[in-house]
Ligand binder design. Structure first.
Ligand code: UD1
Ligand code: MG
Length: 465
């Protein structure tokens, strides 16, 4: 069977002035990914074969993000903002190349799912020339209304152009549209700007198709999927919706979450089987957790790999480049960055392990610091297999501690320690006997001051009932 080709046109020209930000709207992020990246992920999931991203005149940063995600994406500039159909036609060259399906998607609707885009494509495959995504918002003000006669979708009326009767229609336009590639350019070129906003409305494609005796259909979806983001408050709402999707997906895949509402995930967080996540854990981008690992409460992970059966936290921080081996343990108030922790190795308390490695089975004592920075450059610290680093030691990089070597507590290690050796890098303890008895060293005990009447009254022991 012929695989239908699909061109996705993503409209990302909006500046988003209501975001009150110097960043373009579609470059704001939810679940660790830009709005544009979420939309492009859905586009990819819908099996599109070509993608054009329409940016505004100052759209360099948006273009760069689009190209980062989809190097093959075609970037087109809509120099003047003259309506959604005008924006789509900025991608005329891409349209002219021909595709079976054309999908038009707004860059600020990050909750749109690939399945819904596939449904729109399915309507085209079923013979429709235009397929529109409708929804029933609580408050329809501002949205285009879908005008139907029986099952036929005959027009979309923009709020500003609608009659009183049309404004009463509950089914609204979500904004996304699928057009048959065969007729898309023909339809788009017929759209005019005779309306309240003097814009070229993409929505007019429906009435034009109807006039050409082509079939237009409306599909329905939930409001959450099509709600666009214009303000920081809407950004936060979308974040919440996305977080619940990710949490539900993780739990469906077998992750145990004690209090899912307190766990923050990234769109790319991946879990193995039988992972447990305690409350108040935050996942930044690029985290993979293998089977049977436990992430204890109040931990923060980013760009990290946690091996099978490893234990992290409570109160641990894994920064980018942390790679924890199977059954390793990173305990409370331990920070790891760009470091490999070997199988079964432990750093249970109050340590910084940055730029280096810890061999399998090694023990990093409480308060150990990898001193990786000399004020100009970062250097590595490598601790061998089975090594034992005594508490409160500073390992001054670049430095190597060999396999099965020991470092005495409180050491400052500046030279390599050979395998199996003990290194002590600390002042020797001095014990001076009978110090207290020596003349002048007597500890004179001051008499305790007499309590004043007021204080004495306060000091009365409370009797408990
Ligand atoms: C649009 C729909 C409306 C629908 C609503 C859903 C049209 C004419 N109207 O209205 O039926 O109910 O979305 O949210 O399509 N854009 C450009 N260039 C332009 C104009 C817009 O790139 O010249 C982009 C915007 O950045 C935005 C999208 O197109 O991402 C939609 O534009 P917007 O002005 O928000 O349209 P609405 O009035 O919300
Ligand atoms: Mg809008």
């Amino acid at each position: 069977m012929h695989q239908r080709t699909c061109l996705a046109i993503v409209l990302a020209a909006g500046e988003g002035t209501r975001m009150r930000s110097s960043r373009p709207k579609v470059l704001h992020a939810i679940a660790g990914r830009t709005l544009l990246a979420h939309v492009l992920a859905a586009v990819k999931g819908a099996g599109t074969t070509a993608t054009a991203v329409v940016v505004g005149p100052h759209g360099d940063a948006v273009a760069a993000e689009a190209e980062r995600i989809f190097p093959a994406a075609e970037i087109v500039v809509q120099a003047e903002r003259r309506g959604t159909a005008h924006a789509v036609l900025a991608a005329r060259a891409a349209l002219a190349k021909g595709a079976d399906d054309v999908l038009v998607i707004f860059g600020d609707t990050p909750l749109i799912g690939a399945e819904t885009l596939k449904r729109l494509r399915g309507a085209l495959a079923g013979g429709a020339s235009v397929a529109v995504l409708g929804f029933r918002p609580e408050n329809p003000t501002g949205y285009g209304r879908l005008i139907t006669i029986g099952h036929r979708l005959v027009a979309i009326r923009e709020d500003k152009d609608a009659s009183e009767a049309e404004r009463k229609i509950a089914l609204c336009n979500g904004g996304l549209m699928a057009l048959s590639g065969e007729v898309a350019l023909d339809i788009l070129d017929r759209i005019e700007d005779h309306n309240a906003k003097h814009e070229f409305y993409l929505t007019d494609a429906v009435a034009i198709a109807d006039g050409m005796a082509l079939e237009a259909v409306a599909l329905e979806t939930g409001e959450d999927e099509v709600s666009g983001i214009n303000t920081k408050a809407q950004l936060a709402e979308a974040e919440d919706a996305m977080q619940w999707r990710l949490r539900d997906a993780a739990m469906d895949a077998g992750v145990t979450m004690v209090a899912p509402e307190t766990v923050y995930l990234c769109a790319d967080t991946t879990f193995g089987r039988d992972v447990t996540i305690e409350p108040n854990v935050v996942f930044g981008p690029g985290v993979t957790i293998e089977d049977d690992a436990v992430i204890h409460a109040f931990s923060h992970l980013e760009g990290a790999h946690v091996g099978k059966g490893a234990s992290v936290g409570p109160f641990a921080r894994l920064r980018p480049g942390s790679r924890l081996g199977a059954k390793s343990r990173i305990g409370n108030f331990v920070e790891v960055k760009a470091a490999e922790i070997g199988e079964g190795a432990k750093a249970n308390h109050l340590s910084y392990i940055g730029d280096g490695s810890v061999g399998a089975g090694a023990n990093i004592g409480a308060g150990t610091i990898f001193c990786n920075y000399d004020g100009r450059e970062k250097h590595r610290t490598d601790v061998g297999k089975g090594a034992f680093i005594g508490s409160n030691s500073a390992l001054v990089a670049p430095v190597k501690v060999g396999d099965d070597a020991y470092v005495g507590s409180g050491s400052v290690i500046t030279d390599d320690v050979p395998a199996g050796a003990l290194a002590l890098g600390r002042g020797r303890q001095v014990v001076i006997p009978d110090w207290g008895k020596r003349a002048g060293n007597k500890v004179v005990k001051k008499a305790a001051p007499k309590p004043t009447a007021k204080k004495a009254a306060k000091k009365k022991p409370k009797t408990r009932r």
